[in-house]
Design a protein around this ligand. Structure first.
Ligand SMILES: C[S@@+](CC[C@H](N)C(=O)[O-])C[C@H]1O[C@@H](n2cnc3c(N)ncnc32)[C@H](O)[C@@H]1O
Length: 275
């Protein structure tokens, strides 16, 4: 993986994702993100639970793949993304097959076009680690949620997917140990990466990544007012690992993803705590 340390603004994030938009959309829609198809999505949607009738904000929705799944599950979904190109792709798909999804180009750190308490649920799949200002985003999520509403998100596991992530192989080339280092190095960087089983001659995605420790993540959410309700470190199924052997190491040795469910306290809870 090549790397480049820079200080990124949200405008930079939008630019990198605009550049990746066509290739990302094509590959995701062809099902080439096999970790999503066979590991992350099955586990995440089980963690998320029923959505029927809920007002959902999909924060960092990309071209809308997961947004459409949530709409098909019966939610009334709004998707926001900082990349105008990705939102354009999402809207094209909404015109082709309308699911009643509203898409807006905006950063999830500025949700000023949405009223306070206008959502039951804020969902974010694999997007919070792509953004420089988690504190601002968390405060906005808290504001647009009704009391008792929840923020549910997935991200790469900060304790294992560090900048120093590496695998130690045995003599047959099988990954037998994970190495972790640079956990406390929170400088953002640009990463060049591909899905695990890319077609030949696929160009890498080039996108910025923001690293935070687990304590920083939790303290940020708690400072915004959230209560942690549940947490999951999913493992791929034995069947998925058989089909995609490179996935097996994430079943055996370490957690690739981290899911959290955080709640905006019910008004009752708030009152009783303040006496
Ligand atoms: C890895 S993609 C995930 C997209 C989508 N959630 C999915 O699972 O297919 C990360 C997304 O986060 C978006 N993003 C990054 N920072 C953002 C911000 N501040 N506000 C809104 N979207 C943002 C990027 O444009 C990109 O679409």
């Amino acid at each position: 993986m090549n790397e480049d340390y820079i200080d990124f603004s949200e405008a930079d994030v939008a630019r990198w994702w605009d550049e990746a938009a066509s290739s990302w959309t094509e590959q995701v829609r062809k099902g080439l993100d096999v970790y999503r198809e066979h590991f992350n999505n099955p586990a995440f949607f089980e963690f998320l639970g029923a959505l029927q009738g809920k007002r959902v904000l999909d924060a960092g929705c990309g071209e809308g793949y997961n947004t459409r799944i949530m709409a098909r599950m019966g939610a009334k979904v709004t998707g926001v993304d900082i990349s105008a190109k990705l939102i354009e792709m999402a809207q094209q798909e909404e015109r082709r097959e309308p699911l009643g999804i509203r898409y807006v180009v905006t950063s999830f750190t500025d949700l000023s076009r949405f009223r306070d308490a206008s959502f039951d649920l804020v969902v974010s799949t694999m997007a919070l680690g792509d953004s420089p200002n988690l504190a601002k985003a968390s405060r906005e999520f808290f504001r647009v949620l009704r009391s008792g509403g929840e923020l549910v998100f997935s991200m790469q596991h900060p304790c294992f997917v560090t900048k120093g992530l590496g695998w130690v192989c045995d003599e047959t080339g099988r990954d037998i140990k994970l190495t972790v280092s640079h956990y406390f190095d929170n400088r953002p960087r640009v990463e060049r990466w591909k899905f695990t089983y890319p077609p030949p001659d696929t160009e890498p995605f080039v996108t910025p990544a923001f690293y935070r420790t687990l304590s920083e993540l939790l303290k940020t959410l708690i400072s915004a007012g959230f209560i942690l309700k549940d947490l999951e470190e999913p493992r791929p199924s034995a069947g998925a690992c058989k089909k995609f052997p490179k996935m097996g190491k994430w079943r055996k040795h370490a957690a690739l993803f981290l899911y959290m469910r955080c709640q905006k306290p019910e008004l009752e809870q708030k009152r009783s705590r303040s006496g």
